[in-house]
Design a protein around this ligand. Structure first.
Ligand code: NAD
Ligand code: WQD
Length: 346
């Protein structure tokens, strides 16, 4: 079975490519490298010992995307390609609506034309906004608080409308909680372009000495230690969730939504301590003002994914920290480390 993976060079996409190839699927990948590097795909090939077709194209370029469907016998699509920076989405909302919404409409339009109606879609726990209760069920009310979140929420609605109009669509909407960690080889991981926005990449960059200290955004939340609580999930567990979701698409009529999380919440302090325990590194931090738009507590009820998909997250917080740290140490400059190493040898 051949699967099209959009955004396959990105953080989650590259790990998913490995899991799909290892599970025996053939893949075709598209990416425009707006937030990733070609090196990630070279490493996917090295790790799996398998080759695949790659197209450097923009999802929004309909004619080029259509060519991919003409040249390959695509049977299902796993759609990761999107912009994901919350702060940036507030500054340039149209760029986010164009890329994430129009991109999804163009993709599904072409899928419909070529009678490819199996889709696994990357959504986010951000669509729950500030949840009224935890753990969060898939049936909780949706309330996105920023343009990025709204692109995910709107894309979900578009997919639901599509499958209501034509029930031969089989769509799995996966709402990820907080993906962290890296491939066990240390060769794939999260490679932020700039100063990281997210907690774990910030911590690893402090640990390696690229950043001076972590700012802990608020210690007066209504949580046991006052810092924000999240459901961190290992990126490889998350990637496997896509393989399981794809395997189960045949059982879906229309659209199904699944939380992909561990069901456990960790505070910022608990993450810092777990990281220090595992790596023996020291993370200097200071308490800063809460970050605008942040919520106190967010963790999943992942039971639906377990029941329907037979999927559970297996890796714990210490493994997540150890793998993130291995990636950071082996790739101090992210995917450029390799290129720089070769050019300094030349
Ligand atoms: P990422 O930025 O690392 O990966 C996205 C990939 O899509 C990148 O390789 C980027 O170059 C590519 N891309 C973006 N727009 C494109 C376009 N128009 N055409 C072609 N390629 C394009 O992000 P990620 O963390 O791997 O996230 C993957 C998906 O998961 C996204 O849809 C994101 O919104 C969603 N998600 C991520 C998180 C998270 O914390 N990382 C949480 C919830 C949901
Ligand atoms: C986690 C905790 C922070 C950085 C974001 C997006 C969300 C989703 C995942 C895509 C919070 C605290 C963080 C730092 C800190 N992405 N923190 N110092 O905010 O839960 O979710 O990424 O869909 O849409 O909003 O993740 O890693 O940024 O923060 O104290 O330097 O760490 O306040 O409590 P978040 P995060």
């Amino acid at each position: 079975m051949t699967i099209l993976i959009t955004g396959g060079a990105g953080y989650i996409g590259s790990h998913a490519c490995v899991e799909f190839l290892t599970a025996g699927y053939d893949i075709v990948v598209i990416d425009n490298f707006i937030n990733s590097k070609p090196e990630a795909l070279e490493r996917v090939k090295d790790i799996t010992g398998r080759d695949f077709h790659f197209y450097e194209i923009d999802l929004c370029d309909g004619p080029k995307l259509e060519q991919v469907f003409i040249e390959n016998k695509i049977e299902a699509v796993v759609h990761f390609a999107a912009l994901k920076a919350v702060g940036e989405s507030v500054e340039v909302p149209l760029t986010y609506y164009q890329n994430n919404i129009i991109g999804t409409v163009i993709l599904t339009h072409i899928m419909q034309k070529y009678q490819v109606k199996k889709l696994v879609f990357s959504s986010s726990a951000t669509v729950y906004g500030s949840p009224a209760e935890v753990p969060i069920n898939e049936t909780a009310p949706l309330h996105a608080t920023n343009p990025y979140g709204r692109t995910k929420w709107m894309a979900e609605e578009i997919l639901k409308d599509l499958s209501e109009a034509d029930s031969s669509w089989q769509i799995s909407i996966l709402r990820y909680f907080n993906p962290i960690g890296a491939h066990i080889s240390g060769r794939l991981g999260e490679d932020p372009n700039d100063i990281p926005n997210n907690l774990l990449p910030y911590i690893t960059q402090v640990a390696i000495g690229k950043l001076k200290q972590l700012s802990v955004y608020g210690n007066t939340y209504p949580t046991p230690d006052g810092t924000g609580i999240r459901d961190y999930i290992h990126v490889v567990d998350l990637a496997n969730g896509h393989v399981q979701a794809l395997k189960k698409l045949d059982t879906i009529q229309g659209t199904e939504v699944y939380n992909l999380g561990t069901g456990k919440g960790y505070s910022v302090f608990e993450v810092i301590h777990a990281f220090e325990r595992v790596t023996k590194a020291k993370i200097p931090y200071k308490i800063s003002a809460p970050r605008s738009g942040d919520i106190a507590i967010c963790y999943a009820n992942p039971e639906k994914a377990e029941k329907d998909l037979g999927w559970v997250a297996e890796k714990g917080i210490e493994e997540m920290c150890a793998d993130a740290w291995r990636w950071q140490q082996m790739n101090p400059e992210g995917y450029l480390s390799n290129t720089e190493m070769y050019s300094s040898l030349a």
